[in-house]
Design a protein. Structure first.
Length: 603
């Protein structure tokens, strides 16, 4: 089995925790700017001393609520300053944070609250509170729900908990922090499984510390630890990637800003002017596609396309001895005409970007490196505390996902599956011994991904064994729940959810031949009308649309089916799409109906 191990460069003390850096910064450099908050339209600095005081105040409120060491406290909010504040406060009170995506459906919220036995829940606003109210009765351990945004003239959770904990001594928080062990669970992050029911991935303080140290011990850490650097976090903080990089950036002393206003991301970049950004491939694709569309709309399409090809060629030349004189001259010209404007779209100061959550693609990677913003692609899962491997400054191989972070090892099984071990790898799923046993064997985590590792340690992803779909935005989607619900409709025979590395989720749907005659009669269609005759029929489209809408109620907006395509034929065992037990052979369907899948995503 091919294998590569990265040397261990750090140790983690038994009494270390992920919240330690909050108080370490405050003691060592109280005026250090650790966050930037947008208040009244202006970005306002938050110092290490101010943040530590706020964390302590909120932690005291949680203690006053009765949160004990090891209790689970859930957090459901979009990306904003209060997210890390509450997260660190939960740890400072000795608790375990259970993140919930703010886009989660009521059913998803119900399951996470019930399975985690969270005793308290912090939500962002009244809309989230209403979602929770619909399912709170089934979450028997849940005692209270608190809002970040005050409603009806009331107080937000920060003010409420600060007042509630006013009589709790600071020494109680210090005692709770001192009692934490690096082996204690820090967070339960629920990740989609092939059955459609999310599993609670239990990450310890040690896992999160190892992730942070691994990033900071790489050459990327050189930038993160440079005095005065900042980054704007806009990915969902419930996603392990945003959370881990935020912790590493905070540990390094970089200033973090937050926004969830994705439509206005470019102007926000201009205001904040980050030195580096973390994103998913979809955002980089949008930057490229928007710039190209604008150029073509202004009659400058040929210039932009020529500039793009030059950027890619210039980047590729970096790996082959460097560009020649002609390419250098073209690159210098287009830098003034095109590339400088693209860099300005990211704030003008951005030195590099980190990409994860889904494959970036070599062409896009070369394009951005060619315009002067190198994207360092990484690889990891929730079960590996986010990044397991990443390309770094001076050690980059475009098209790969980089080398393992310090102390981690990768092995390629005989069937091509990627196996991982090391300090960032989790110990198991919450209250799910069977799933843990399936995932971890002899100390190696089975990723379900296929790939290779070269002699220098660079990992390349070639495919996926598991059925989880990863969209271009990095969202993990389990197709089973949607497909099962659709197949329950009397008119639908089979459904397959698609969207891997695509901007949204789609579906291919087949019609039950036995149910079609009765449907034709009910809807006034001529006897003998076939599915092929009905592919553009408004009545059929409306009925399938309604079935899709019902299925979408089970999942979040990001996981919902946005477009579907009805096929003129059904899947059968004879034609190879189904097994003898009527299970879908996804690879066969994808091959046989590639044109139909492509049509879903055609512009």
């Amino acid at each position: 089995m091919p294998e590569f191990s990265a040397p261990q460069s750090f140790t983690i003390a038994e009494d270390a925790s992920a919240v330690d850096s909050v108080f370490a910064h405050a003691a060592a450099d109280p005026t250090l700017v650790v966050y930037k908050r947008k208040i009244g339209g202006r970005w306002t600095d938050v110092t290490a001393a101010e943040f530590a005081a706020q964390v302590t105040a909120v932690a005291k409120g949680l203690i006053a609520l009765g949160v004990q060491q090891g209790d689970r406290v859930a957090l459901m909010s979009a990306t904003r300053y209060e997210w890390p504040l509450v997260d660190f406060a939960i740890w400072a009170a000795g608790g375990v944070t259970v993140p919930i995506y703010e886009t989660s459906s009521a059913e998803q919220v119900r399951w996470i609250l019930e399975d985690s036995a969270a005793i308290d829940l912090v939500v962002e606003n009244a809309t989230h509170a209403a979602t929770v109210k619909a399912v709170a009765a089934e979450a028997t351990a849940l005692r209270g729900v608190y809002q970040i945004e005050a409603s009806d003239g009331g107080r937000g959770v920060v003010e409420e908990l600060t007042e509630l904990g006013a009589e709790v001594p600071d020494s109680e928080v210090r005692a709770r922090v001192a009692a934490l062990k690096s082996s204690d669970p820090a967070t339960l992050i629920y990740t989609s499984g092939t059955t459609g029911r999310p599993k609670g991935c239990q990450l310890t303080h040690s896992n999160l510390i190892a992730e942070s140290k691994g990033i900071l011990d790489s050459s990327l850490g050189t930038l993160l630890k440079t005095p005065g650097v900042s980054t704007l976090m806009f990915l969902p903080m419930a996603h392990v990637l945003a959370r881990a990089v935020s912790i590493a950036s905070f540990d390094a002393g970089a200033a973090l800003g937050h926004t969830s206003d994705i439509p206005n991301l470019v102007p926000t970049f201009g205001e904040f002017r980050p030195d580096f950004i973390l994103s998913v491939p979809r955002v980089f694709e949008k930057v490229y596609n928007s710039a190209r569309a604008k150029a073509h709309g202004e009659g400058k399409g040929k210039i932009f396309d020529a500039a793009a090809e030059t950027a890619i060629a210039w980047s590729e030349a970096q790996d082959k001895g460097g560009p020649g004189l002609v390419l250098k001259a073209k690159h210098a010209l287009f830098d003034k005409l095109v590339f400088s404007k693209l860099r300005a779209a990211l704030g003008g100061k951005c030195q590099l970007a980190i990409s994860g959550g889904a494959p970036l693609g070599a062409r896009l990677g070369h394009f951005f490196r060619g315009i002067g913003i190198t994207i360092y692609e990484g690889y990891g899962l929730t079960e590996t505390s986010a990044a397991f491997a990443v390309n770094t400054i001076g050690e980059q191989k475009v098209g790969s996902v980089g080398k393992p972070l310090a102390g981690n090892s990768v092995r390629i099984a005989d069937d091509g599956e990627i196996l991982l071990s090391g300090p960032v790898v989790f110990g198991g799923y919450w209250r799910n011994e069977n799933a843990t046993a399936d995932a971890i064997e002899n100390g190696w985590f089975h990723t379900g991904d296929l790939g290779s590792v070269d002699q220098d340690g660079y990992i390349t992803i070639t495919g996926r064994k598991k059925e989880i779909i990863v969209t271009a935005g990095g969202k993990n989607v389990s197709p089973a729940q949607l497909e099962d619900h659709l197949r329950a409709h009397p008119l639908i025979s089979q459904a397959i959810v698609v969207g891997d590395q695509q901007p949204f989720i789609g579906a291919l749907i087949t019609i039950d031949a036995d149910a079609l005659p009765a449907w034709n009669e009910r809807n006034g269609k001529p006897a003998g009308t076939t599915v092929k005759d009905l592919l553009t029929d408004a009545d059929l489209t409306a009925e399938i649309d309604e079935a899709v809408a019902e299925a979408n109620k089970l999942v979040s907006h990001a996981e919902a089916i946005k477009k579907f395509r009805v096929l003129p034929v059904d899947f059968t065992e004879e034609t190879g799409e189904l097994t003898p037990t009527m299970k879908l052979k996804r690879n066969v369907v994808h091959d046989s109906f590639a044109d139909d899948i492509a049509a879903i995503y055609a512009k």
